[in-house]
Ligand binder design. Structure first.
Ligand SMILES: *Cc1c(COP(=O)(O)O)cnc(C)c1O
Length: 405
């Protein structure tokens, strides 16, 4: 089949999912709009502040809007979080105390969190905060028996919703709800923290609406809508959000101060667009999964499967195809399309990595982007596509490049 016929067939296969995604993004967008109107977002909130940032109505309004969208008691949405890792680490250091035990129930956390947990002079372990983990079962399901067994000794349970750079599936909201109920039955006092990166708005509910105590994530992923310049969020139980705010700033100040400069308007526009942007990223994922599936490659999840994050894992089988894929995605990007991705020894990785990232916001992975460690089985993780038409174009270019169609 030529690329046009394959593309047409993939889009036809995607139609049932596309209808579901349209219903989802309509639901999310209406929920977001309602939060804006309920909070009475005003053009005065765009003004921002300098200095101490007292009385910054935009900062306060954003927290209110975000709390409503995520079904949380409170939220701390700040451009000062430099990324998702910073927001997650702030929550962990805010909530945990010496002698506590943090229990990950989704195996090894995302790469950048490993130094947060141990191995550095400033890691949790240096503050005598212990860590333990329970791997997911081979089929990707949580090990509920082990969770029930270990939860009584844990202060906090840590759940990573998205797949990260692993071969595991993303956890659906139903699965997160079940982990919460198993853990809290075994230990009613346990705190449940969720790394929500890439999972936001992929389902109708956020983890905070099914019993999780805190969620954390980045504003250059789903909730930034491809617009927000920088930042992160923490949302959930008010007492815990307050503890995290004390860690971000200082005890006694918490979330009550901090100038926002020009950040508020961008954060609000990004939030407003995020339902649609996540819908487009899901459409891009489903289309790509259908297309590469037709071409005979291993794709996870399958186009017809459950989508609880915006990431697709694609097994290409050779270094040559990996490079062609990433170079085609880069070439179809609006920014830096003329650059050629090369594998390099990126700090923090134990093999060479190649990346495609032609985004308006540096590192923003709600825009179409791809990362691949250059080792067998030569798998690439790609995500994003806040505009479906151009993201689809990039995916088709990548498919044509690897097959030389
Ligand atoms: C992106 C991501 C993070 C945070 O990464 P940053 O680059 O620090 O924003 C954490 N966990 C998962 C699963 C992620 O995908």
């Amino acid at each position: 089949m030529n690329i046009t016929a394959l593309t047409d067939k993939a889009e036809l296969l995607s139609q049932v999912k596309f209808a579901e995604i349209s219903a989802l993004s309509r639901f999310s967008s209406e929920k977001i709009l309602r939060a804006f109107t309920n909070a009475r977002v005003s053009s005065a909130d765009f003004a921002g502040t300098n200095g101490y940032g007292y009385g910054d109505t935009g900062r306060e309004r954003i927290d209110t809007v975000f709390a409503e969208i995520t079904g949380s008691e409170a939220a701390l949405v700040r451009h000062n979080f430099i990324n998702g890792t910073h927001a997650i680490a702030t929550a962990l250091f805010g909530v945990l105390r010496p002698g506590d035990l943090l229990l990950s129930v989704t195996g090894k956390p995302y790469n950048t969190l490993r130094d947060v947990i141990s191995g550095k002079p400033g890691s949790l372990s240096a503050y005598n905060i212990a860590y333990d983990e329970i791997s997911l079962l081979p089929d990707g399901e949580p090990d509920y028996a082990a969770i029930a067994d270990k939860a009584p000794r844990a202060t906090a349970i840590f759940i990573q919703r998205s797949r990260g750079y692993t071969f595991r599936p993303a956890l659906g909201i139903d699965t997160i709800a079940k982990i919460v109920s198993v853990a809290k039955l075994a230990n009613p006092g346990v705190t449940v923290l969720v790394d929500n990166c890439y999972g936001e708005l992929t389902e109708k509910k956020e983890p905070t609406e099914v019993g999780a105590d805190l969620i954390m994530g980045s504003l250059i992923k789903n909730f930034g809508g491809g617009i927000t310049d920088t930042g992160g969020y923490i949302a959930g139980r008010a007492d815990l959000v307050s503890l995290a705010a004390d860690r971000l700033t200082t005890p006694g100040i918490g979330g009550e101060a901090g100038s926002t400069g020009n950040a508020n308007r961008g954060i609000l526009i990004g939030l407003y667009h995020s339902g649609q942007a996540v819908g487009n990223a899901l459409r891009t994922a489903v289309f790509a999964q259908a297309l590469f599936g037709l071409m005979g490659y291993g794709v996870y999840p399958e186009y017809s499967g459950q989508h609880s994050d915006i990431v697709t894992l694609l097994e290409l089988g050779s270094e040559e195809k990996l490079l062609k894929f990433c170079r085609a995605v880069q070439g179809a990007s609006p920014v830096d399309s003329f650059l050629t991705p090369e594998p390099w020894d990126m700090p923090g990785y134990d093999c060479r990595v190649v990346m495609a990232a032609g985004a308006f916001t540096m590192g923003a992975s709600i825009e179409l982007s791809a990362d691949a460690p250059v080792i067998p089985p030569y798998a690439v993780w790609f995500q994003g596509g806040n505009i479906y038409d151009t993201a689809k174009y990039g995916i088709v270019q990548a498919a044509a490049a690897i097959e030389e169609l």
